[in-house]
Design a protein around this ligand. Structure first.
Ligand SMILES: NC(=O)c1ccc[n+]([C@@H]2O[C@H](COP(=O)([O-])OP(=O)(O)OC[C@H]3O[C@@H](n4cnc5c(N)ncnc54)[C@H](OP(=O)(O)O)[C@@H]3O)[C@@H](O)[C@H]2O)c1
Length: 324
C-alpha cells in the first residue's frame, strides 16, 4: 500500500485528502513510477475546484519525476531503474507511486535532477509550445507575458529573451517585478497598480505587441486585446482570475484583424514525436543555462492543500514542488 492525495468532491483546498491506496501492477502499455518529486500547477486548482470537471473520486496532478519500478506488457523502451519525468496524462501525480501510460513519459537526462524534472516539465513544455509554435517569437519582437514571476512566467521570460525578444511582463507586486527583471523581463509592470495597456503602448512607442501570452483570463483579456498591434495574436492559455466570458468577435476586426487562440498543452503534446521534440528542446535550453528553473517553494506531498492555498493567494513565485 502507498499514499496519494485524492478528492471525493470539488471545492476548496480542504477537499484534498491523504489516503492509503493500492496501486496494483501496471497494465499493458503502462509503467509504474515511484515519484521523487511532483509538480504543482495552477491547473490542479481548476480540477480541484470543479472549473475543469473530472469524474470523482479522483487523484490529482499531472506532473512528476521519479524512477520506473515496473513496466506493463508491451512496453519496450523503458525498464525498471530508468529516471523519468512527465507532464500530462491521467490525473494522479500527487502520489508516492502511480501507473501511467508509457507514451506520456520521457527519460530524464542525467544532468537534470528529479526536482528540476518535476518543476519544469509542464510549465517548461508550455513555454516551449507558446513561444516556439503558437506564436513563434522572432529576434527583435517585443512580447507581453502576464504573471511573469509565476511558474510558466519565469521560464517564458528567460526563454523569450534568449530568442532575442524584449519582454514586457505583468506582476502583482514590486518584489515580483524584481524577480521577473532578474529573469529576462526588461519591462515589469505591476498591474495591480499600473494600467498595463497604457504602459505597453508607451514602451512600444504606440505600436503595440505582436503577441500577448495571457494566463490570467477574465481580469486581463479585454485589456490584453488592446495591447496588440494589427494582426497580432492573443494567446489565452489560462484562467487564474476566472474564465473569459463570451465576447463580440467584431472587436477583433475593429482592433486590427486580431487572432485569438485558446491552446492547451494536451493538444500540443498529444503525438509522441511532438512530446519528445518539445522535451528535447526544453532540456537543451535548461541544460545550456539559458533558462533556469527556479524552485521557490517545496511542500511535503501530504501538505498539498497548503500549497494550493499559497498558489491561489498569489504567494508563490517560480515553480513549486511537492515531495513524497
Ligand atoms: N493552457 C496550457 O497549456 C497551460 C499549461 C500550463 C499552465 N497554464 C496556465 O498558466 C497559468 C500559470 O500557471 P502556473 O502553474 O505557472 O501558475 P503561476 O503563474 O505560478 O501562478 C498564477 C499567478 O497568476 C497571477 N494571478 C493573477 N490574477 C490572479 C488571481 N485572481 N488569482 C490567482 N492568481 C492570479 C499571480 O501572479 P501575480 O501576483 O504576479 O499576478 C499568480 O502567482 C495558469 O493560468 C495556468 O492555468 C496553461
Amino acid at each position: 500500500m502507498t499514499h496519494a492525495i485524492r478528492f471525493n468532491k470539488t471545492g476548496g483546498p480542504e477537499v484534498l485528502q491523504w489516503e492509503t491506496v493500492d496501486v496494483g501492477a501496471p497494465a499493458a502499455g503502462e509503467v509504474a513510477v515511484r515519484h521523487h518529486a511532483v509538480g504543482l500547477n495552477y491547473i490542479d486548482t481548476y480540477h480541484r475546484s470543479g472549473l475543469y470537471p473530472v469524474p470523482l473520486p479522483s487523484g490529482l496532478g499531472l506532473e512528476g519525476a521519479g524512477v520506473v519500478v515496473a513496466v506493463g506488457e508491451g512496453v519496450s523502451d523503458l525498464v525498471p531503474g530508468d529516471r523519468v519525468a512527465y507532464a500530462g496524462g491521467p490525473l494522479g501525480a500527487y502520489s508516492e507511486v502511480r501507473n501511467l501510460p508509457a507514451h506520456r513519459v520521457v527519460k530524464l537526462p542525467a544532468s537534470l535532477s528529479f526536482e528540476q524534472g518535476a518543476a519544469m516539465m509542464l510549465q517548461g513544455l508550455t513555454a516551449q509550445y507558446l513561444l516556439r509554435r503558437t506564436y513563434r517569437v522572432q529576434p527583435g519582437d517585443t512580447v507581453l507575458i502576464h504573471a511573469a514571476a509565476g511558474g510558466v512566467g519565469l521560464i517564458a521570460c528567460q526563454w523569450a529573451k534568449a530568442l532575442g525578444a524584449t519582454v514586457i511582463g505583468t506582476v502583482g507586486s514590486d518584489a515580483k517585478a524584481e524577480l521577473a527583471r532578474a529573469h529576462g523581463c526588461e519591462h515589469p509592470i505591476v498591474y495591480t497598480r499600473e494600467n498595463f495597456t497604457e504602459r505597453v503602448r508607451e514602451i512600444t512607442g504606440g505600436a503595440g505587441v505582436p503577441v500577448v501570452y495571457d494566463s490570467i483570463g477574465k481580469d486581463t483579456f479585454m485589456d490584453s486585446l488592446r495591447c496588440l498591434r494589427p494582426l497580432g495574436m492573443m494567446v489565452l492559455f489560462g484562467a487564474a482570475s476566472g474564465p473569459v466570458p463570451p465576447f463580440d468577435l467584431g472587436l477583433l476586426n475593429t482592433l486590427g484583424s486580431l487572432f485569438v487562440t485558446r491552446p492547451s498543452i494536451a493538444a500540443y503534446t498529444a503525438k509522441r514525436e511532438d512530446l519528445l521534440a518539445m522535451a528535447n528542446e526544453l532540456f537543451d535550453v535548461v541544460g545550456s543555462g539559458k533558462v533556469r528553473v527556479e524552485i521557490n517553494q517545496r511542500y511535503a506531498l501530504k501538505d498539498a492543500a497548503q500549497a494550493h492555498r499559497d498558489l491561489e493567494a498569489r504567494r508563490t513565485t517560480g515553480s513549486t514542488i511537492l515531495l513524497p
